[in-house]
Design a protein around this ligand. Structure first.
Ligand code: WTA
Length: 642
């Protein structure tokens, strides 16, 4: 059966930044013919530079320098240039707390708050190249902290508030951070989630951290260590408003964001300044078709890359109004998100397939009770969206008026690479459609040979792009090995995909030992190492199991040390153990006890077999087709054998 095709609506296309397939193709081939010329033009148009570059791209594979020697500043681009324009009184951030409190920060006001906080950091001796960990709830002070760091060239690493003290500690240590910016806690499902106690626990083993700055959000009682911990509001009270943006090199590190790889140790993905900013600013217009009057809402937590690129830096650099919501989508009722869309007249809404599937389950009465007519564009990210969820999103939320941009990218790519330009590219539910200008994907077999149309293979990228990962923090060897060694000269994404005869890309899922749970990347090894730290566990093998709502769920096979164990009790204990070691989002769905684990002759656990076991006896709903899953298993198997 050929899938349905949805051409851009006439009205939408007429006002779009890029109108019609021909216009897209022209842009794409211009970028293909002359990537440096193309990106040079985009960078000059979208970004403010203090000093020009000597070369657009200096490519010494696999190390890239984009706009080398040019000087710019991300904080300046997101704030100063707008605060000095007609946008100064436009809302930069609209924020709603879970309890219902709200704030609207204009560009001028956000600029003021960032300058004050940057002054605080500077006056305490932090300088370009220093590292700060940010561990905060979804409050405006989180982007304020990021933008203040960026203003001075302090490299930040945001750790998602759902991570445990253990996970936080590993990231602080790996980064060599001198400062932790945090909060007493935040609100989630009506409860206070405490953050500072996790920081205190982590800091017992982090002698490199000199200070913490604590934002008061919930007002809960927390211990403050004199001489080390400082209240944000106390420091702010003494702050000055004179703290200009540093003129930083285009390749100055902007942030490190940790993500799961195929070992137990998370990788610190390094992004830098000028190229990243160029890429995400351009994609705000190409993919979200951003207009001056739009209210834009990306529901991702800022602790993940989607939040970095498309809640904070992309929208602010493009001069948009970006909405942030602190809490859970189902609090106090299942219609919280629809109430927010109605209340703020949201025009562009960007979320994940997992969230959509969870909302489908609650029924159409919740969105139907609200006026969603302000919406004009919908987006999806983080995992393949199954056609049934796509159709629901299109019909029930978008009322068959709003194009859906299914955006494929990764923490490593920095910004979107495969997605429709909504005024130009006809949509096919379940496909991320066509590559954006400057993205040159390929689909290859194990030997790096291109496979034909409609054949599954490994998704690679053949050309460097400005937002690309620059390195793994402190581990260039791993960077080369993980991304650039499988297919010579190309970037290996770790995803399987196929391209149809119209050139559309269909992403099938990961081919490595990385699970995708609710759109969050989680390595099987990370969960395994957590499990074997438990005194009862001898061995553990973890695989992703298809799940109707979350895409995949964590399924653990465990062998126990000798002893008299109560399996029910121990199963629950191990689930809690993993939440404590990594974070609640990693909590296993299933623990299966077994006497032995299947292994190869050389002693490697055959995860592929386990994957097949959990897949074949439990495919529910239409998450993805069985065929796709077996493809992924086959490709992964090929790789195992290599
Ligand atoms: C998956 C999130 C299908 C993919 C931005 C990728 C997707 C991983 C899509 C990166 C999509 C992301 N369709 N799969 N539209 N978007 N993925 O680093 O497997 O958290 O490799 O970045 O999510 O996840 P990450």
């Amino acid at each position: 059966m050929s899938p349905s095709v949805y051409p851009p609506g006439e009205e939408f296309a007429r006002k779009a930044h890029v109108q019609g397939l021909e216009a897209y193709r022209e842009l794409y081939s211009r970028a293909e013919r002359d990537p440096e010329g193309f990106w040079g033009e985009v960078a000059a148009r979208e970004v403010h530079w203090f000093e020009p570059w000597s070369r657009v791209l200096d490519w010494n594979p696999p190390f890239a320098r984009w706009f080398a020697d040019a000087k710019t500043n991300v904080s300046y681009n997101c704030l100063d240039r707008h605060a000095a324009s007609h946008r100064k009184n436009q809302a930069a951030i609209l924020w709603e707390g879970e309890p219902g409190d709200q704030r609207a920060l204009t560009y001028q006001e956000l600029h003021r708050l960032v300058v004050r906080f940057a002054w605080v950091l500077k006056s305490r001796g932090y300088r370009a190249g220093d590292r700060a960990i940010i561990y905060m709830p979804m409050v405006p002070e989180l982007p304020i902290a990021m933008l203040a760091c960026a203003r001075l060239g302090i490299i930040h690493s945001v750790v998602f508030g759902g991570f445990s003290a253990e996970a936080l500690k590993a990231r602080i240590q790996d980064l060599g951070a001198a400062l932790v910016i945090t909060a007493d806690g935040g609100f989630r499902r009506g409860k206070q989630v405490r953050l500072k106690p996790a920081v205190d626990e982590a800091l017992q083993d982090c002698p490199g951290v000199r200070e913490t700055i604590v934002y008061r959000r919930t007002g809960s009682e927390i211990p403050m260590q004199s001489g080390r911990d400082f209240w944000w509001h106390d420091l702010d009270a003494a702050a000055s408003e004179d703290c200009p943006a540093e003129h930083l090199d285009s390749e100055h590190p902007l942030y490190v964001l940790y993500t799961s790889g195929t070992t137990g140790k998370p990788k610190g993905i390094l992004h830098t300044t000028g190229g990243y900013l160029t890429h995400i600013t351009a994609t705000m217009k190409w993919v979200f078709d951003l207009r001056q009057e739009d209210t834009y809402w990306c529901s991702a937590d800022i602790g993940w890359v989607t939040g970095h690129s498309y809640v904070v830096y992309g929208p602010l650099s493009a001069g948009a109004t970006t909405l942030m919501y602190e809490g859970a989508p189902d609090f106090p009722r299942f219609d919280r998100w629809w109430r927010i869309i109605e209340k703020y007249r949201v025009n562009i809404f960007y979320t994940s397939p997992t969230a959509i599937r969870a909302l489908i389950r609650q029924g159409e009465q919740w969105p139907d009770a609200h006026d969603l007519s302000s919406l004009r564009l919908l987006g999806s990210v983080g995992e393949p969206i199954n056609p049934a969820a796509w159709e629901w999103y299109y019909r029930v939320i978008g009322k068959q008026r709003c194009p859906i941009v299914d955006t494929w990218w990764q923490t490593e790519t920095g910004g979107i690479l495969i997605a429709p330009m909504p005024g130009a590219v006809p949509l096919k539910p379940g496909s991320a459609t066509l590559p954006l200008p400057g993205a040159v994907p390929g689909i290859v077999d194990l030997h790096g040979q291109p496979v034909g149309d409609n054949r599954e293979g490994f998704l690679i990228l053949r050309q460097p792009w400005p937002g690309m990962i620059r390195n793994i923090w402190g581990d260039p060897e791993r960077y080369k090995e993980q991304y650039w060694s499988r297919v010579p000269g190309a970037y290996f994404t770790g995803d399987a995909a196929r391209r149809d005869s119209d050139g559309y890309y269909w992403i099938l899922g990961r081919v490595d030992d990385v699970m995708n749970v609710s759109g969050h990347r989680l390595s099987t090894m990370e969960v395994e190492s957590a499990l074997v730290r438990h005194p009862a566990v001898a061995e553990a093998a973890v695989v992703g199991k298809p799940h109707e709502i979350t895409g995949q769920a964590v399924c653990c096979f465990v062998t126990l040390k000798r002893g008299d164990w109560n399996h029910d009790q121990l199963g629950e204990e191990l689930r809690q153990w993993v939440s404590r070691e990594i974070g609640a989002f990693a909590r296993p769905e299933e623990i299966r006890f077994s006497d032995a684990l299947p292994k190869t002759r050389s002693g490697k656990i055959m995860r592929r077999l386990l994957r097949e076991i959990v897949t074949s006896n439990s495919v529910t709903g239409d998450v993805t087709t069985l065929e796709d899953l077996s493809v992924v298993a086959r490709l992964a198997a090929q790789q195992d054998e290599e």
